[in-house]
Design a protein around this ligand. Structure first.
Ligand SMILES: Cc1ncc(COP(=O)(O)O)c(C=O)c1O
Length: 380
């Protein structure tokens, strides 16, 4: 249904969970591509990849149709295959895990560090003896990643980073995706920067880069636009690959969004500073993580008493405030139980029962933050 301003989606929440930060530049970028005569993987994508790699500080970046597709290819390219022992958090989005199932890996769910740090604990490496480990900085907080990377290095565990929450996060001067062998950023529409759908694989490893590039496009040695540019018509298929390519329009949007990323993150940071100060004296509410000044603040998770969670959610919904749940632990989903087997992770399960994600996006106003905080406090 079209709204008065011509938009096709009517927003019904007074304060939504997130909102896009798009302007005229994104529209101009798309229309430039539409006029160019080439709309799938080509020069715009190559530019986006180079700019993204420069921003993150890796040698290579590859643009994919989704974060899930990029993760799938990252896992294969890093060497994960049937029966590989892979340590992965359950406290994450399901698609950190599903591509591991496609690979036939032996999945080992690990525990989070604690109430203060919802990321996978480095102690799990010693306990579970994996060959590979996947780290997900929840909400963009890289707290614990340096210790996790060090422990992985000592135990010769191949580390892969799912940086889907961490656009712009920084730890000890390094960005997500540079601690392990390969990293992946989702560029889905609710991320700190977006291409609508999309994902970016980043790595310093030439072999991973070459393999991932082949797998992205049918294992072909020559891409369509290279042939269009007059390079050889002859190609071979050297891998059994996929079609995980994105379009030039998406790349063009991504280039604009990347330029705005630090500015948008700064706005998030200010709002989180306000949220934290307004909740500071509320004993029943705990806010995980501390490095909000250097994290991306992709979402704003709070922990409430488990027995009060339903009442708080009810009150916020009544007030027109949208919330979310990050996350229902992956090991509790029915299809995952069937495929992966039964796990019991007491800490992950108890923290998940206390989590509520409150609205956060760059163009949210401080008044909106106050309104959310007041409604939350009232409901207690
Ligand atoms: C932690 C995490 N991993 C992976 C993904 C998958 O990304 P995509 O939706 O781009 O496939 C997401 C996206 O929501 C995510 O939050």
């Amino acid at each position: 249904m079209a709204g008065e301003d011509g938009s096709t989606i009517k927003k019904s929440w007074k304060i939504p969970l997130f909102d896009l930060s798009f302007g005229e530049e994104e529209k101009e970028a798309v229309s430039r591509v539409l006029s160019s005569g080439w709309i799938t993987l080509g020069e715009e994508t190559e530019q986006f990849e180079q700019e993204f790699a420069r921003y993150v500080g890796t040698k290579y970046a590859l643009f994919f149709s989704s974060g899930t597709a990029a993760l799938h290819v990252a896992y294969i390219s890093a060497g994960i295959k049937k029966e590989s022992r892979v340590l992965v958090p359950s406290y994450t989005f399901v698609s950190t895990v599903t591509p591991l199932i496609w690979c036939g890996a032996h999945i080992i769910f690990g525990e989070i560090s604690g109430e203060r740090n919802l990321n996978l604990s480095h102690r799990e490496i010693d306990d579970k003896k994996p060959e590979f480990a996947v780290y997900v900085p929840i909400a963009g907080f890289m707290e614990g990643l340096a210790e996790f990377a060090e422990e992985s290095r000592k135990r010769k565990v191949v580390l892969i980073e799912d940086c889907s929450h961490a656009h712009g996060s920084i730890l000890n001067g390094k960005r997500c995706g540079t601690f392990g062998k390969v990293g992946v950023y989702s560029l889905y529409s609710n991320k700190n920067m977006t291409t609508g759908e999309g994902g970016m694989l980043v790595t310093d490893d030439i072999e991973i880069y070459k393999k991932a590039k082949l797998l992205r496009s049918h294992g072909m040695t020559r891409l369509a636009y290279e042939r269009y540019r007059g390079e050889s018509e002859v190609y071979d298929i050297v891998e059994i690959g996929y079609n995980y390519r994105a379009t030039e329009m998406q790349a063009a949007i991504g280039r604009v969004q990347l330029k705005k990323l630090d500015r948008m993150n700064e706005k998030r940071r200010e709002l989180v500073r306000l949220y934290r100060s307004l909740f500071a004296e509320v004993n029943e509410i705990k806010i995980p993580f501390t490095h909000f000044g250097t994290g991306s603040n992709y979402i704003f998770p709070i922990l409430v008493p488990a027995e009060k969670r339903a009442a708080i959610l009810h009150k916020l919904t009544q007030e027109g405030i949208q919330t979310s749940w990050h996350y229902r632990p992956v090991h509790t989903f029915s299809a995952i139980k069937k495929k992966v087997g039964l796990f019991h992770l007491p800490l992950t399960e108890s923290i998940a029962q206390r989590e509520i994600t409150l609205p956060l996006y760059p163009d949210m106003s401080p008044e909106m933050v106050r309104e959310v905080v007041n409604a939350t406090k009232d409901s207690l």
